[in-house]
Design a protein around this ligand. Structure first.
Ligand SMILES: [Zn+2]
Length: 214
């Protein structure tokens, strides 16, 4: 169609190149922040042998629900002048710690920059979150995300239906040092492409995969 389809468009070339980069596997394999509280053997298996990690249906459903909560919040935040959205779905990493994550949202609120994670929870988990505080996995994820974003504050948003609750996590050395320490241990195994020893007991991953990737 004359005048509508532009042949040999350099802009289309840019889109093609960007998509090819998106599809190509990342050359450096790093630990994802959201997996940091798992046992070392499982974390290293995830990085070195991802095909050996079974994706549970409930995890896939939970991820979809988290995305839905995040979309709902982001469309609100982007039109609310109390919040300035700096970035969303931003890939960040710390090569020294062999750590990476995707920042779900980075906002400026009252001149303070924060990173935010959104987690859809069940009714029981919402009750637990309100009465017993945030889950360790979420605290570690938001702390590692804040560290990699070079900010000192993170927010966890828990949502269930119309009900939401919020936690502000301040990044301190007490929170960051155990993360650094665990990353240092993991990096020794990742550098040599070896798996850490199995946990002695109480680990469903190590107990259920006696010969995994060994
Ligand atoms: Zn284990």
């Amino acid at each position: 169609m004359d005048g509508i389809v532009i042949e040999d468009s350099p802009i289309v070339d840019r889109f093609s190149a960007a998509w090819a980069r998106e599809l190509s596997p990342t050359p450096i394999k790093l630990v994802k922040a959201e997996h940091l509280i798992e046992c070392p053997r499982k974390i290293v298996t995830r990085v070195l042998y991802p095909q050996k990690i079974k994706v549970e249906r409930r995890d896939a459903v939970r991820y979809a629900m988290d995305c839905s909560l995040r979309c709902r919040w982001m469309s609100y935040l982007e039109h609310n002048f109390s919040f300035q959205v700096i970035a969303r779905d931003l890939r960040v990493e710390d090569g020294d710690l062999w750590l990476q994550t995707i920042i779900e949202a980075k906002l400026k609120v009252d001149s303070k920059t924060v990173v935010v994670i959104f987690r859809h929870v069940s009714t029981n988990d919402m009750y637990r979150a309100k009465n017993m505080g945030p889950k360790k996995r979420d605290v570690v994820t938001v702390a590692a995300s804040a560290h990699m974003s070079e900010v000192h504050d993170g927010i966890i948003v828990y949502g269930h239906g119309e009900d939401c609750c919020f936690y502000h996590i301040g990044l301190t050395d007490n929170l960051l040092n155990p993360i650094r320490q665990k990353c240092r241990v993991l990096s020794k195994y990742l550098l040599t492409s070896q798996l850490p020893p199995k946990c002695s007991s109480g680990c469903s991953f190590c107990n259920s995969l006696p010969t995994a990737a060994s």
